[in-house]
Design a binder for this molecule. Sequence first.
Ligand SMILES: Nc1ncnc2c1ncn2[C@@H]1O[C@H](COP(=O)(O)OP(=O)(O)OP(=O)(O)O)[C@@H](O)[C@H]1O
Ligand SMILES: [Mg+2]
Length: 291
Amino acid sequence: MTLLEVRGLQVAYGGVVAVRDVSFAVAPGEVLAVLGANGAGKTTTLMAISGLVRVRAGDIRFDGVSTANDAPTSIARRGIAHVPAGRGLFPSLSVADNLRMGLYGAKRDGTAEGAADIEELLDTFPILRERRDQPAGTMSGGQQQQLVIARALAQRPRLLMLDEMSMGLAPAVVADLFALVADLKSRGIAVVMVEQFVGQALKVADRAIVLEQGSVVASGAPDELSQDDLAAAYLGGGEAPALDVRPAPDRARESLRLSLRGSDVRHLEQVAAERGVPVEQVLEEIIGGAL
Ligand SMILES: Nc1ncnc2c1ncn2[C@@H]1O[C@H](COP(=O)(O)OP(=O)(O)OP(=O)(O)O)[C@@H](O)[C@H]1O
Ligand SMILES: [Mg+2]
């Protein structure tokens, strides 16, 4: 059975093709990891599924119905919730009011059913019950991420899309979020997650796809993906000029720092945090061709 099917997806921003040819399917309760280097087209793929960018070619079917280029609100009502990168909470509103936002789209705000859902979510996320009346902006990054996911769950989605939920969070917090994804799966909710924490994502995912320059270059169950497949998820094909030269480590470090964009350096820092090793070690492994 297929819940979501993406076929030959193509999306462009003006003349720039961001997603060239992306196809995959997700079954109910399945967790799909979407991997790929910066700019590979991961976020754009999720946005196309949510109706936030125009589908130029190909099709998206949810529950057997084509939703390509439908209005975002109508797609959400069908049962797709999207947690974008960067969260998008209302920081001055209370935790409870932020949660209630998740009920509006389904027109369940102010209903007994909606209130019961909120109580259930507060059971699932005890920290949110504790902070219920506090402004969302006063919570830690990890707590805010829990709130955003809880808000998405208030929509009662059958598919939850998470774009870099672990970005900028401490490893222990990230581990909790991955445990939550496993729990959602056990409750039959399908999850599509874009992740830079590749190792942890693959522990939870049933399948993964690797995007490179807008196309799927590898897909399969985590144990079917080779190191070569995964290398594309770390640094992308042909996009890291400093990798072609092998100067002395100190100079290489300098040139990597200079030629990688800020987001790439951030990514290296995440990889280092995930593995509990210094950033310098990750850089050296890359320079040495080990990664
Ligand atoms: N609003 C936009 N206008 C023009 N080009 C864009 C826009 N958003 C993204 N792009 C381009 O589309 C391509 C895919 O971007 P996208 O954000 O989907 O990648 P990503 O895989 O999510 O990357 P990251 O890991 O950095 O989040 C990139 O080349 C990017 O520069
Ligand atoms: Mg992105």
